[in-house]
Design a binder for this molecule. Structure first.
Ligand SMILES: Cc1cc2nc3c(=O)[nH]c(=O)nc-3n(C[C@H](O)[C@H](O)[C@H](O)COP(=O)(O)OP(=O)(O)OC[C@H]3O[C@@H](n4cnc5c(N)ncnc54)[C@H](O)[C@@H]3O)c2cc1C
Length: 245
């Protein structure tokens, strides 16, 4: 049977179905047995598992739709962050935060409260401004930020139904500079832990299990404005000047 990504868990489900339309998903829901929805199988535990059918949405239509205001994107729930980020980047947009992996599904990550690192940036769920959910009875429900049930529905652990699409906040794209420090001493890190974790947009401290005096690595990522946006503006400005004079 199907294993999770790490290979340390074998799902007990009898079948993995790959519907490609909402009607096919509805048929699976109406089949009577227990079902659960599967993302990209990165959970280390059996939260996605069921004794019946696992429904994977990876063959559903692929949609990435930026709104007119260019401050949100609606994406099919099975898409991975690694699918979305380059398409946003091509449009000069970005998400505020990512987890450590590009190949986890948006719905699975959001449903489990997946987070990146950084003192001042929210978890991936905090970017969600809307959800379309197919309930067990086959009804489609739309929830948006501000609705009474919205906050509880975002980190649903897969328990409320099948999330078909997710609308995420986006912002103008930016660059990230990363500084890597080898074997930083724990004494130095713990002397002012808040200063270390607050030293960048995202800070990761990797443990070296073989030694106690120092961590393995410290990564500090810092956002910088997108230089290319400035270059694009500069090119446009000089173009206008050339043709106008
Ligand atoms: C190597 C590795 C690195 C990781 N790094 C991080 C990290 O940096 N930060 C962090 O916080 N976590 C991290 N994780 C954990 C990972 O982000 C979570 O396990 C996340 O849930 C994975 O998403 P998935 O799509 O694989 O979900 P799955 O494991 O497939 O499913 C997880 C849950 O989401 C539900 N679900 C999936 N799709 C839908 C849907 N369409 N509708 C409704 N419910 C759905 C499932 O039913 C299940 O309950 C890491 C995991 C691994 C293996």
């Amino acid at each position: 049977m199907q294993k999770n990504w790490a290979g340390n868990l074998t799902y007990t489900a009898t079948e993995v179905a790959h519907p490609s339309t909402i009607d096919e998903v509805r048929e699976l829901l109406a089949s009577g047995g227990p079902v659960s929805v599967l993302g990209t199988r990165h959970c280390f535990n059996d939260i996605a598992d069921t004794e019946g059918i696992l429904i994977a949405l990876d063959r559903m239509p692929r949609e990435i739709e930026v709104n007119q205001a260019r401050d949100a994107v609606r994406v099919s729930s099975a898409l991975r962050y690694g699918d979305i980020a380059p398409e946003l980047e091509a449009q000069g947009l970005a998400l505020a935060n990512l987890a450590s992996l590009p190949h986890i599904s948006v719905a699975g990550a959001v449903a489990t409260g997946t987070h990146g690192s950084g003192d001042r940036i929210g978890s991936l769920a905090s970017a969600v401004r809307g959800l379309t959910i197919l309930t067990a009875s086959g009804e489609i429900r739309q929830l948006v930020r501000g609705d009474a049930e919205f906050d509880g529905a975002v980190v649903s652990l897969g328990a409320l139904g099948i999330v078909l699409d997710v609308t995420l906040d986006v912002e103008p794209t930016y660059q990230v500079v990363q500084h890597v420090f080898d074997a930083p001493q724990w004494d130095a890190i713990l002397a002012d832990f808040d200063a270390v974790t607050g030293a960048g947009t995202s800070v990761s401290i990797f443990t070296a299990w073989q030694r106690t005096d120092a961590a393995d690595m410290l990564w500090i990522k810092q956002r910088t404005p997108d230089q290319r946006a400035g270059e694009r503006r500069a090119r446009r400005a000089s173009g206008r000047g050339t043709s106008g004079r």
